[in-house]
Design a protein around this ligand. Structure first.
Ligand SMILES: *[C@@H]1O[C@H](CO)[C@@H](O)[C@H](O)[C@H]1NC(C)=O
Ligand SMILES: *[C@@H]1O[C@H](CO)[C@@H](O)[C@H](O)[C@H]1NC(C)=O
Ligand SMILES: [Ca+2]
Length: 245
């Protein structure tokens, strides 16, 4: 298990770096004030948390023992009313000892679906990610990746197989519709212009399908929900004994 986590963690960083390079052209017409900085380094990495941002992280609502917030609502220039790509969404959360939300349980997914529905949001990013980068190809247990290759990057845990409802959920969170008609994940943009749909978002009725999971190319810009990261909170606690996060 530990090896899996390390492999995934390293791979996500590598993938992030590759993605940043691949997206160079896109940063120029993005007004987030961050793209150029990332590109001058020739790649993009996962951020580590900052103590002050962890201490002041928005605690908009609680579920279980985690705090959550919706980026759009927050009174911070990097968050308020912004749409960002998938990695930037994760990084804005990670700076705050959080990560993009991962719905490992039916209860947590119901909570997120209800949030999206009640706010009439068109879409949000989650931490869902396809293991389609360096190191994934050697993992026989992740094949075929469209079925077995999806994981929650916030907790580095595998998702259930995508081709049937997760055990005991009672419904299929992946949409049965999409750009080319068929069920998700469908990697539809790859067929159009070879851009893989490697990231997972919740879309609200974009394909007349209700609130559902979709695989989406990671460069698309969306608001996001952050969720406390035990890993990052414990890391910052270990560096700052006695701190109350
Ligand atoms: C919800 O959002 C959709 C799509 O943006 C819009 O057409 C609709 O009018 C909205 N409904 C409400 C109640 O705001
Ligand atoms: C791929 O095609 C889509 C749909 O036409 C377009 O919006 C997108 O910008 C393209 N992506 C790249 C990386 O060229
Ligand atoms: Ca799709």
């Amino acid at each position: 298990m530990r090896t899996l986590i390390l492999v995934l963690a390293v791979c996500v960083v590598l993938a992030a770096a590759q993605r940043g390079q691949g997206n160079r052209g896109q940063g120029n017409n993005n007004n987030n004030g961050n793209g150029n900085e990332d590109e001058s380094k020739g790649g993009r990495l996962l951020e580590l948390p900052k103590l002050d941002l962890c201490l002041s992280r928005p605690k908009q609502w609680q579920f279980g023992n985690h705090w959550y917030f919706f980026s759009w609502d927050q009174d911070h220039p990097k968050l308020k009313g912004r749409k960002v790509d998938w990695l930037e969404a994760r990084n804005q959360c990670r700076l705050r000892c959080m990560d993009a939300v991962g719905m490992e349980t039916k209860q947590e997914n119901d909570m997120i679906f209800e949030f999206v529905r009640s706010r009439n949001l068109s879409y949000i990013w989650t931490s869902g990610r396809l293991c389609d980068f360096k190191g994934c190809d050697e993992r026989e247990d992740l094949k075929p990746i469209s079925v077995l290759g999806w994981f929650w990057s916030n907790t580095n845990t595998k998702m259930a197989p995508t081709n049937r409802p997760p055990p005991n959920w009672g419904y299929q969170p992946w949409s049965d519709k999409g750009h080319t008609g068929g069920p998700q994940p469908d990697n539809a943009e790859f067929d159009i212009n070879q851009t893989s749909e490697s990231c997972m978002g919740v879309l609200n009725n974009i394909y007349n399908d209700g609130v559902k999971w979709h695989d989406i190319a990671c460069y698309h810009k969306k608001p996001f929900v952050c969720e406390d990261s035990d890993l990052l909170l414990n890391y910052v606690r270990s560096q700052n004994p006695g701190v109350n996060l």
